[in-house]
Structures are given as C-alpha cells and as structure tokens.
Write a protein that binds this ligand. Sequence first.
Ligand code: GLN
Length: 261
Amino acid sequence: MKKVLALILAIAMIASVAMLTGCGENSGEGNEVEVNTDDAKTYIIYSDNAFAPFEYLDTETNTYVGVDMDLMAAIAEDQGISYEMHNEGFDASMGAVQSGQADAMIAGMTITDERKETFDFSDAYFDDGQVIVAKAGTTLEDLNGKTVAAKTSTVGGEYAESIKDEYGFTINYYEGSDNMYQAVLTGTDVACVEDFSVIGYAIKSGEVDLEIVSEEPANVKGYGFAVQKGKNPELIEKFNAGLANIKASGKYDEILAKYGY
Ligand code: GLN
C-alpha cells in the first residue's frame, strides 16, 4: 500500500514538474528541459599529416582527407562515436597517445609486437610493408657509405636499422614523409625507407620522381587503430564492430576504391 502511494506521489510530482516546465510560451528559459541525448564523450584522435593516401591535406578544401580519415568517419557514423581529428604527424601522434593527450590514433600505423607492449590495437584494416626508394637507376649497392632517410618512430626506421650494416649506410631521421622524400630528391640522402603503398601512391600520382629499389616490401603487417594500452577499451570494440559493419556493407571497399585500391 505504501509503495502504491509513493508511486502515485512520484507520478504527481513528475506531472507537476512537466506542467511547470512546459506551460507555455512565456516561461522563457524554464521550458528548456535538458534531455541528456548524448552522454558519449568526444574522443581526441591523432593522425599523421603527410601520408597519402591514408591522410593528407587536400589543398582545395583545406581539410585532411584519405583512407584513414574516411574509415574513421564511416566507423564513427556507424557506431555513434563522437571525435575530433588532429593531424599532427606520426611521431606526435605516438607521443600524444602515450601521454594520454589523445585517446587514440589512426595513422597507417603498423601493428607490431613491440608496440603491443604500450598500445592496444583494433583489428587490422590494411596490410603493408616497407621498401627502399631512391632516384632512378640507384641500386642497393649504391647505399654503401651513404646516408639513408627514415621517418622518426616508424617501422621503416626499424627496418633501416636492421639492414644498415649489411648495406653499409647510416640513417638520417625526419619527422614527415614529405621531408624524407625531399631529402632524397635534393641528394641529401641517397635513399629513403617508406611503406610500399604510400610511396607507390606518391610515385603513381607523379608527386615524387623516385623509384622503388628493393624488390619486395619487407615485414608486411596490418595497419591498426590504436589506443594507449588498457585505456578506452570500448573505443577499440566500437572500431572493430564498425569496421566489420562497413566491410559487410561495401562502404570499406568504396573508400579504398576512392583512393585507387
Ligand atoms: N606504417 C608505418 C609505421 O607504423 C608508418 C606510419 C606512418 O608513417 N604514418 O611505423
């Protein structure tokens, strides 16, 4: 009996609040009932800034475009993820996630066992490996006694470290892929190490007049979306669910096709 009374009282209270708040045009700010429609947080996501076709500045629209940008947007739409994208460079993205300044990164980032010690990764969404790139006519023998460009914090840098003694070169590190290509084009370095599909895209589009010197891409592995280890596990779950959905719907293929895959 008491319970019923309490219930009636509660209903009456709600009804009177509703009447008060909804009672007409003159009630001003009072009729603005705060409905909590979106309690999801806005995730801060970092990315590279010169890594076409995955992320690069479209100078016509002055926005960052690319496979990663489109995948993230499609997955976010599918999963109701709210996010802010910051295209700051690869090393900066790694640092931002590790320091907690960013919630996640999507930057053509290779999933490696070593990185798994400090990052949690989504399922792989693309496979790639590294190649050595130089001016036309350069051979691997030409690297001897010279400097080779690599990008800070990348697996390309690790690959360069792993073969430098065999080929007799030393390594110069650069923050951006664009700086690295420039160093080879101007002759500062004899070659550079880059992800196959990225340099392939740059060569095909005519943007850089270089060619691939090594035969096969080395260390082919998946690219993944990453968070700091143990943090934002829900975001990895949502990314994976969204990725599966856009693969099933054909949206994933559509995005890759847009960038020539
Ligand atoms: N795939 C490479 C890595 O993970 C390069 C990524 C990049 O330069 N954006 O190290």
